[in-house]
Design a binder for this molecule. Structure first.
Ligand SMILES: [Zn+2]
Length: 131
């Protein structure tokens, strides 16, 4: 038996399962939505990267202030009354205290100098915790 010589043409494959090709307007919308999602993902990533860097810088600041207060206490034999005692021409921070890059406020815990090895300052920003 011979195979039939008739050829059956199959429809061209398309991406659309409905069998209809996307119009140029639909392609434009798809492109705009895809680019917008990509930009949004990049911006969210940059925000978290920036906040992570700020947190790390803040923790380094807290560490520096704590170590400076401990040194000041060791040299002067008394606890600094406030953080301004750590600034000045002969103080650990000649110009000014370091500031939180996220705009947080450092809270002074003078009692930690005498009774524990806990940090002398804490930051008001959530997550900026010196271990
Ligand atoms: Zn902070």
């Amino acid at each position: 038996m011979m195979a039939s010589s008739q050829s059956h043409k199959l429809p061209e494959p398309t991406l659309d399962p409905g069998g209809q090709e996307m119009s140029s307007k639909q392609k434009q919308v798809l492109l705009i939505v895809s680019v917008s999602c990509a930009i949004a993902c990049i911006l969210v990533g940059l925000y978290f990267y920036h906040e992570s860097a700020n947190r790390a810088a803040c923790i380094i600041n807290q560490s520096s202030i704590t170590k400076s207060a401990e040194a000041w206490y060791g040299i002067n034999g008394q606890i600094p009354k406030n953080l301004n005692d750590l600034t000045g021409p002969t103080a650990p921070f000649p110009h000014s205290l370091p500031v939180c890059p996220s705009g947080g406020t450092y809270i002074y815990h003078s009692h930690n100098l005498k009774h524990s090895k806990k940090p002398v300052v804490s930051c008001s920003c959530k997550g900026h915790v010196y271990p």
